[in-house]
Design a protein around this ligand. Sequence first.
Ligand code: IVH
Length: 669
Amino acid sequence: MIDADDDAPKKFMKIFVFFACFCGYSMKMKPGVADLERYDWLAAEIGRHDTAYYTLARPTISDFEYDRLYRELRDFEERFPDCRRPDSPTLRVGAPPLTEFRQVAHRQRMESLDNTYSFAELGEFFTRVQKGLGGGPVSYMVEPKVDGVAVSARYERGALTLGLTRGDGSRGDDITENLKTIRQLPLTVTGAPEVLEVRGEVYLTHSAFARLNQEREEQGLDLFANARNATAGTLKLLDSREVAKRRLSLVVYAVGEVAGLEFASQEEVLARLSAFGFNVPEWHARAADGEEVLTAIGVLEKLRKNFAYPTDGAVVKVSEFSARAELGSTAKAPRWAVAYKFAPERAETRLKGVTFQVGRTGVITPVAELETVQLSGTKVSRATLHNFHEIQRKDIRLGDIVLVEKAGEIIPAVVGVNLERRDFMVEPIEPPQLCPCCGSADLTWDGVFYKCVNPDCAAQINRRLAHFAHRGAMDIEGLGEASVALLMREGLIKRLDDIYRLKAGQLAGLERMGEKSARNLITGIEASKRQPLWRLIFGLGIDQVGSGLARKLEKRFGSLERLAAATREELEAVDDVGEKVAESVGQYFARPESRRLLAALKELGVSAEAASADSETALGGKIFVITGTLSKPRAYFEERIRALGGEVSGSVGKKTSYLLAGAGGGAKL
Ligand code: IVH
């Protein structure tokens, strides 16, 4: 008898079909081994080319070839998004915006340096080092002091895991996503030790900075005073896609926590980090003693003009790590290193006259008109005098021989007078009588600045409008400084109330404004007419009136008319309103320009109403603490809580009523 299983062929078929489907299914959803290997190779290859191009300035393939590899990698990731490597080169373009930066502790304190300003002070540093080491042998490394923002990047088993700002030295902001956009920072390090923290300076090259400021000028945005401010402002952006556009650079010069590798000297640090693919200072000099350090600084001072990054001095470091350990640190800085700051270049020239400029906050700046003089390689014929208080303090007069300085800032400044060369013909500098932009005589003086307070002044309208529309005030989405500048350029708005006269038809077709965004903007503007009164009060930008005080004013007066008619005594009776604030509010509503604006807003239907008493007090007396990442920006929740009468506190304590916790809430939770 044959023990035959009659169902055997059927069973076989079933198993076959199952496998076929499974394979078919998995072929669609999962890449094969060869695909994965190709993908890994592409990622590594692109990484190598990035280092060759951005760090070594020695490209190894053509742009065309590079683009081809990049496109192939991107296509793979689009097909298999789950397989995207955490160190994929596509991350260089940035990730979706964060709501805030997480604070993370440094595993090893991130110290700063003491500054010195003269060779004499440097001499004292050498003596201290000698004494601290009992006169033993020591050598130094001299490096450029790069004028950027200090950061730390951590690698675990060769993969970039964390990027931090210095913060207070013990904790910094988690700026990993922003750092990933910097091409000079490898995302993976081949042959790296178990843990490797590198420290260095993020900076903007002179050309990247010039381009950024030019773009901002075209968009009607505030210019950055220097490359360092621009770098700091960029690293603070929560949207790494914006950071990617600004093309930051990075140079590394130190290590933090390291496990699995020992360094004996600074030379070794620079050589190793360079071999790992990091960008280290292209110029650095070993010095056997103090004298050689001074010589090296002299060389650096000449060379630095040709560096791509801004430098403001030299950093002198004891090279040997054993000597560093012996010297240790003070509370603030290591005893084994010091920064030597170059003196800013100065020149003397005659002050021919003074003109005035009004900024976007209404502040009027006196500008020195000078006999042209050569300074830091450029011709200077104008310089800022800062403000009238400074003119008085430095006793600067027309016709004086003044000292002009350029200290990293793009705008030179008058820093003093050469009294020995003062002529008897010099004359006092008269303060401004009229706003140089709108001609208004309505100027205030606070002891330091003269300010134009005309709400319709064209120099200020951009900023005023952006403040008015800001999320914390009238909350009009899509109406930021750039779009206000655009609408002004197109002549569609001249004064604040003009935004309520805009029509969708006028907007569509403008630069970066499709039909849909035009419609959304008009809807947003229309909706803002019914915003609560405090938002309107805050949005007007009255000096000294923040959103908290605006709420109190709404509560006390209930309408804009009543607030505008309030006497000083009535104003001062409000919590937090002192003499100064009452005066500022009173003056604002007394101005004819303000009265015109309020009448226009009313006519255009901006009805801003006071909140009812109930909704104001629903959370009365309750104290909230917020932690972690929430579904909307933290400011949104803070505002909602305050609008309902609650308070928001920064730390959990006995009085805390509620903790509003989002993802990743740490200690507070
Ligand atoms: S070493 C513990 N090297 O300048 C010492 N710092 O004014 C770590 N800086 O805090 C710093 N170039 O942010 C070092 N070649 C360089 C530097 C440098 C710029 C920055 C750094 C430091 C600050 C001191």
